[in-house]
Design a protein around this ligand. Structure first.
Ligand SMILES: Nc1nc2c(c(=O)[nH]1)N[C@H]1C(S)=C(S)[C@@H](COP(=O)(O)O)O[C@H]1N2
Ligand SMILES: [Mo]
Length: 440
């Protein structure tokens, strides 16, 4: 309670003391266009569901998750400090960093809390739906090359990253450590480019960590410091935040943080971008499509069901984003009139498939329950409903009615007087449809 009021107050002061805060505020306005805004300051933006149709997420649709206000890092004075269990502590300028071999990969980054809003019972935290995830082309240098230059010692077991963002109030700094094994992986990067552009401010300019396959919380932004430790980092975001029991627990239970492990790999998951929930489709050829990804264990396949999970058929992967990227997928559906529960499920190379039921955990991390999209497929004739009735208003006005066929006829006649166009040969069909669907 007191935490929120502190935040609220600061946000308020920030907004009114115009000049000082003007720049970050404007930036989030620009970026938030077309996004689901969870918070403007700190900046927390979610990608809308259509984003899952894109093989690479454009920067202006890429989600943003910042625990603190977005810092502006001064490039002139910037240097990356490397310290701890190393023989030669370093302070490297960006220019020198860029002299190391350049590497690139397409990598999906998913916030550990993505999908939190779907858990029951609810828990505090950003109420992400599907879009706390994005897939970008990252370019930079290998973390291992930097660590080698600093002469990492055998005593080094964990690597903690520090960013330039300053804590809001007395909230702990955002710092995360990863085990040395993952840090030495040639795919773990320090990125200064995203989708061929200099890393944008919201995404960590000038430098961020890229930890392929692992939750976004490890991908520290505005990176200023790397410290090699002989044990796991003991800060708040390791010991209290971003911990998972490693299995489902009875919904609503409190679990001792000591019984949980830091979130590392994300889990295999697929999202349906089209059709959307509660859509009305015309019978015939229809497209079911979306994106799927996995973490440490590679994605193996995506399947689609149109009968609530009773039977499954393979979807076609339509991108080639490599080992760490998400893949877009597509399924050609010959839709016959009826009501459907459309689902997609992804399976990883170990044979693990997304679950049908939630496996609850206290902070609502790693949601990957199979998504269900309800759609109604109408006979071609009843598509008169779509073309004649959903032009001026949507279904909301119609849904609430419980009318007999005779009442529907009077209603349709009234709409025709108001400008609706109902072809004469389709009126009977339309009335059958309305009377069957919205009846007393
Ligand atoms: N310095 C810093 N790095 C950070 C964060 C942060 O608040 N501060 N948020 C982390 C979290 S929880 C996620 S999910 C990703 C989000 O990265 P994005 O905003 O580029 O999508 O950044 C991570 N890196
Ligand atoms: Mo996150």
């Amino acid at each position: 309670m007191s935490q929120t009021s502190i935040l609220g107050r600061r946000a308020f002061l920030g907004a009114t003391s115009s000049l000082l805060m003007a720049q970050p505020a404007q930036q989030s306005e620009a970026k938030s266009h077309g996004m689901i805004v969870h918070s403007r300051k700190p900046e927390d933006l979610e990608m809308p569901i259509d984003g899952f149709l894109q093989a690479i997420t454009p920067i202006d649709l890429f989600y943003v998750r910042s625990h603190h206000y977005t810092p502006q890092v001064d490039l002139e004075s910037y240097s990356l400090k490397v310290s701890g269990e190393v023989d030669k502590p370093l302070a490297i300028s960006l220019k020198d960093l860029k002299k190391l071999p350049r590497v690139e990969l397409v990598g999906v980054m998913e916030c550990a809390g993505n999908g939190r809003s779907f858990y029951t019972p609810k828990m505090p935290g950003l109420q992400w739906t599907h879009g706390g995830v994005g897939n970008a082309r990252w370019a930079g240098v290998r973390l291992v090359d930097v660590l080698k230059r600093a002469g990492i010692r055998a005593t080094g077991k964990h690597i903690v990253f520090d960013g330039a963002d300053v804590s809001v109030g007395t909230m702990p700094k955002f710092q995360r450590s990863i085990p040395v094994k993952k840090g030495l992986d040639p795919d773990t990067m320090l990125a200064f480019e995203m989708n061929g552009q200099p890393l944008p401010q919201s995404h960590g300019a000038p430098l961020r960590v890229v930890v392929p396959g692992w939750g976004g919380d490890c991908w520290v932004k505005w990176l200023t410091g790397i410290q090699v430790l002989d044990r796991e980092f003991e800060g708040f975001f390791m010991k209290t935040g971003y911990r998972h029991p490693g299995k489902g627990v009875p919904p609503g239970t409190a679990v001792d943080p000591a019984q949980m492990k830091p979130v590392e790999s994300v889990r295999v998951k697929s999202v349906i971008a089209t059709p959307k929930d509660n859509m009305i489709l015309a019978q015939g050829a229809s497209r079911i499509a979306g994106a799927a990804w996995s973490g440490e264990v590679p994605l193996a396949k995506v399947e689609v069901s149109t009968d609530a999970g009773r039977s499954w058929a393979a979807a076609r992967l339509t991108s080639s984003n490599g080992r760490w990227g998400w893949q877009t997928w597509d399924f050609a559906w010959n839709a016959v009139p009826g009501s459907y529960k459309v689902m997609a499920r992804a399976t990883d190379a170990s044979g693990y498939t997304q679950p049908m039921e939630q496996e609850w955990n206290p902070s609502g991390y790693l949601w990957n329950v199979i998504q269900t999209v309800k759609v109604d497929v109408l006979p071609l004739a009843s598509t008169a409903y779509r073309s004649s009735c959903l032009g001026c208003h949507n279904e909301d006005l119609i849904k609430g009615q419980k009318l007999t066929r005779a009442q529907w006829e009077r209603e349709v006649d009234k709409m025709v007087r108001w400008g609706a166009q109902v072809p004469a040969d389709q009126k009977a069909n339309l009335l059958d449809f309305l009377a069957a669907r919205y009846k007393p």
